[in-house]
Design a protein around this ligand. Sequence first.
Ligand SMILES: C[S@@+](CC[C@H](N)C(=O)[O-])C[C@H]1O[C@@H](n2cnc3c(N)ncnc32)[C@H](O)[C@@H]1O
Length: 261
Amino acid sequence: MSDSKDSKKLSEERYSKFAQGYVESQTHAKGYDLDQFIKISDPQPDWQMLDIATGGGHTALTFAPHVKNIIASDLTENMLLAAEKNIKEKGIENITFRQADAENLPFDDEQFDLVTCRIAAHHFPNAQKFVQETSRVLKPGGRFLLQDHVLSEDKSVADFAENFETLRDPSHNHAFSLSAWTHMLVHAGFEIYHQEEIIKRHPFIDWVKRQGHGQEVISELEQLLDNASETIKAWLSPLEWGTPDASFVNHHILIGSDKKS
Ligand SMILES: C[S@@+](CC[C@H](N)C(=O)[O-])C[C@H]1O[C@@H](n2cnc3c(N)ncnc32)[C@H](O)[C@@H]1O
């Protein structure tokens, strides 16, 4: 998506509409990746943390018992309101909420010990700017945990996956391959200490409906994958395709990195 302002407006509009769905989504509330975030970051009780694009607040909620304070930030005000309601109802008191664009963070230089961003960077029009901003707000030696869609290094598979995702979620901007993320992180002064690919299987119909679509988009996506090459099918690994129990996988990357001191 080329125009960054329009793209952000679209993200905000869509996530405003589906905020409660993301608070309640079990795919977002739990997962191996959240367990790994804790395991690989070794969070400390005196840490100040920032969660970028907090969505339903699940990453912030997971870290709340392990760090001192967390700012849960997001571009979408309605999303923050829904996340805040859910978190306050649980009696959690060390999370505060702040509207913030990932590419222009309203925080001081070297304010945080830990920054997290999970399943969101593919919405940002300028991912390099987001990575630079993350580096700016982290203390020297501070830790950055990123989890997001990852593309195949094979361009035809990558292009298909981007198109498949954008049809379902027009606020999708770009996902990147591991080599592209590595380049951006190193350029912004990070050293990668952990990387792993995570394959997530999604019930196809729920996945499409969570973005407010009906049968038309379901059929369009079904056909697209029916007509795809064997290499693309191997990447998306559809099961029971064309039935109500259809599922497929998407590939994520989890990266742990430290800002060089
Ligand atoms: C899938 S949700 C995030 C899920 C969440 N991090 C979790 O762990 O469950 C994507 C979020 O990205 C937010 N977002 C999109 N563009 C953004 C931007 N430029 N800056 C900050 N947040 C943004 C949306 O408002 C939405 O809440």
